[in-house]
Design a protein around this ligand. Structure first.
Ligand code: XIL
Length: 375
């Protein structure tokens, strides 16, 4: 019997090559892990698109292939006074997306928040007429969407038009123009950029009453020939709400209408005091401050793990619906960036901690992509 002598160096080379080959099949970034499923987006703030956030910058560039403007494209930012436009930040935002080859999202054209009061008033402070407000809406959409025609690929045209019970929210838009303000907004956006994808965006559509309202709204828009491509589920979720079954049913219900689904503002609130608050209304969110600061020294390991598991189960639902889900966008880069932090309340809702370190939730989201989707 002959004993073959294999030099130790050869053994090491073979082992190293095998390990590297193994790693190469396991993506280490979110955009890579989900590249055959949907886009992975992130909301960016002014510091980030201006290149002033050294902690966030490498994370954004490595992990995401789509961006949303946290505030830079809202009405108060782009048209602070009727007819006076300011595209300083919006231009930087779009340039940032282009230089990083990302799919650039527009958020948002018609909303009741972050819209100056002067939009709805004449110079004497009296409410404007339907005709005047329609003209202002038209000019705003034409100017903003037109400016980024062909560059911003998908627009949240109307944001949060429904109340929790599914009825139309009595916003100044609805009160002055009437319920058809929604279709007008979509028509104006389509005229300004016929190739852009146009979305209706809202929160808590997982709740049956509100979901029914959105379904009726979308059915009506489609029946009237209004160009709507997708529904945006904001995805401001809690640890136990919605259930996996509710999230699953919500996506199925919208898919049946022939629209795509986007998860547009994903985050998971971990603070105990706000768990029961099943709404992402920014006024309600701001009210619940007292006593809500439960994890000011960071998340205990068991809560970190629970958050990771929660992210994994929800990503599982989105993967299951990868034929209709086009994009999953996280509403912020690190926990420190999140809108869920308010004075006196520190939240931990995202995938990266305040130091920019990946949390167990990040690993869980990455790992979820490797699992075959359920049925
Ligand atoms: C939030 C931003 O994150 C905050 O910076 C801002 O102060 C308020 O708005 N639903 C939406 C988003 O559609 O535009 C909101 O963003 C969060 C709730």
């Amino acid at each position: 019997m002959t004993i073959r002598f294999v030099p130790i160096k050869t053994v090491l080379i073979v082992l190293t090559a095998a390990t590297l080959a193994g790693c190469a099949t396991q993506p280490t970034t979110l955009k890579e892990a989900y590249k055959n499923d949907f886009l992975i987006g992130v909301a960016v703030n002014q510091k980030q698109f201006s290149g002033e956030d050294r902690r966030g910058d490498p994370i954004i560039k490595a992990q995401f292939n789509s961006i949303s403007p946290e505030n830079a494209l809202k009405w108060d930012a782009t048209e602070p006074e009727p007819g006076v436009f300011d595209f300083t930040n919006a231009d930087k935002y779009v340039a940032f997306g282009e230089s990083n080859h990302m799919v650039i999202v527009g958020h948002t054209l018609v909303w009741n928040h972050q819209t100056p009061r002067s939009v709805f008033q004449d110079t004497n402070g009296n409410p404007v007429t339907r005709e005047v407000l329609l003209q202002r809406m038209h000019d705003h959409i034409q100017t903003v969407v037109g400016r980024y025609k062909g560059r911003i690929k998908d627009w949240d045209v109307v944001n949060e038009a429904l109340k929790d019970n599914g009825e139309l929210r009595p916003s100044p838009w609805e009160k002055i123009i009437g319920p058809d303000y929604i279709e007008k907004a979509f028509q104006y956006a389509h005229e300004a950029d016929p190739d852009a994808e146009l979305n209706y965006n809202d929160y808590s559509l997982e709740n049956q009453e509100k979901r029914d309202g959105a379904i009726a709204l979308i059915k009506k828009l489609k029946a009237d020939g209004i160009p709507i491509n997708a529904v945006g589920l904001q995805g401001h979720l809690k640890m136990a709400w919605p259930t996996v079954a509710e999230e699953d049913a919500t996506i199925s219900d919208f898919a049946k209408l022939g629209v795509k689904v986007m998860i547009t503002e994903f985050d998971i609130d971990v603070v105990r005091a706000t768990q029961g608050n099943r709404t992402a209304d920014i006024e309600a969110n701001a009210r619940l401050v007292d006593g809500a600061n439960t994890y000011s020294n960071g998340l205990p390991a068991n809560v970190q793990q629970a958050l990771a598991d929660r992210y994994a189960e929800l990503m599982g639902v989105y993967l299951k619906h990868r034929d209709v889900v086009e994009r999953v966008t996280f509403w912020g880069v690190t926990d420190g960036d999140s809108w869920l932090n308010t004075p006196g309340r520190m939240n931990h809702p995202l995938l990266f901690d305040r130091q920019g370190q990946a949390k167990p939730a990040f690993d869980a989201v990455l790992k979820a992509a490797r699992k075959p989707a359920g049925n």
